[in-house]
Design a protein around this ligand. Structure first.
Ligand code: SF4
Ligand code: SF4
Length: 291
């Protein structure tokens, strides 16, 4: 099984649209599994036309501080040491109040409490929606106000990998979040190949380079797709020069096409909305299958 991660550095460059079409085209000749690891804004399943998940499971990948009231002597050490301002004071009871939304589960209060009156408790901070069609999709979603997206991504990838092994899949596609934070690193680690999607603008190019640093750090071979390349031809030329000088493979250049927007609005991958795009995605598959 080949694990391919799609990332972009910058958001809004068309990563999920491209992933959806790539998945559909790959699935014509291969067994595939998808992990949507963009847990803050998961929409890959939507773009693939999944209206309802077959199953939804909770993920417990965060810890929160909980007070054992009868042990507390009101010394305020926890209040004075929480750097996340997750603790306020109940004057009437002379005891701390824990704000679960703010608590990062760092464990400082548990350590400083002289009475062992605080325990970290594992809580559900995310859900994963599982769909079986058009192919197995695992779509993670962080609960509102919760943190710990890196651990959530780790869990989702684990579930998707188990499924991929069970069905003897040829490919596992991982749709990473934008940016270069913890959930991106959790998405990238252990991948066999990375596709970094970018577009011709200084900010997208800068974010491309940051995403590339992560991929290089983990020694993962990679290529790039320049989306909407013709919106700024001059800048595309500049990027191409950089890619050539740095031996970076351009998997494809996708022109700007209003049909991409229409396909997205209609929650349909572009290769379904407009069959003429099939060839373009086949070319990408040819290139990644030999990488
Ligand atoms: S675990 Fe950390 S963030 Fe949460 S209440 Fe305790 S000190 Fe604050
Ligand atoms: S540190 Fe422990 S004993 Fe002191 S106020 Fe906090 S919970 Fe109570």
């Amino acid at each position: 099984m080949k694990k391919i991660v799609l990332l972009s550095g910058k958001g809004g460059v068309g990563k999920s649209s491209i992933t959806a079409s790539l998945a559909l085209m790959l699935s014509k000749k291969n067994k595939i599994v998808i992990a949507d690891c963009d847990v803050d804004a998961p929409n890959l399943a939507l773009v693939l036309g999944v209206k309802q998940f077959d199953e939804i499971k909770g993920i417990e990948a965060a810890e929160k501080a909980v007070l054992i009231e009868e042990k507390c002597i009101g010394c305020k050490k926890c209040l004075n040491n929480c750097v996340f301002s997750a603790i306020s004071w109940d004057k009437e009871k002379n005891k701390p109040i824990f704000d679960h939304m703010r608590c990062e589960g760092c464990g400082t209060c548990e350590i400083v409490c002289p009475e062992n009156a605080i325990k970290l408790k594992r809580i559900e901070n995310a859900k994963v929606g599982i769909a079986e069609k058009p192919f197995p999709i695992f779509s993670g979603q962080l609960n509102i106000g919760e943190s710990g997206s890196g651990k959530v991504v780790f869990n989702i990838k684990q579930m998707a990998e188990e499924k991929a092994k069970e069905i003897d899949a040829d490919y596992l596609l991982i749709d990473s979040a934008a940016g270069i934070g913890c959930p991106v690193i959790a998405s990238v680690t252990g991948s066999d190949y990375a596709i970094i999607i970018t577009e011709p603008s200084p900010s997208a190019f800068n974010d491309f380079k940051r995403a590339m640093q992560i991929v290089k750090h983990f020694n993962i071979p990679f290529g790039t797709i320049i989306n909407k390349w013709d919106l700024n031809k001059e800048f595309t030329e500049k990027m191409e020069k950089y890619f050539q000088e740095n031996n970076i493979k351009i998997l494809e250049k996708i022109p700007y096409d209003r049909k991409f927007v229409d396909a997205l609005v209609n929650l349909t991958p572009i290769v379904v909305y407009n069959k003429s795009y099939e060839q373009l995605f086949e070319k990408i598959i040819d290139k990644i299958s030999v990488s």
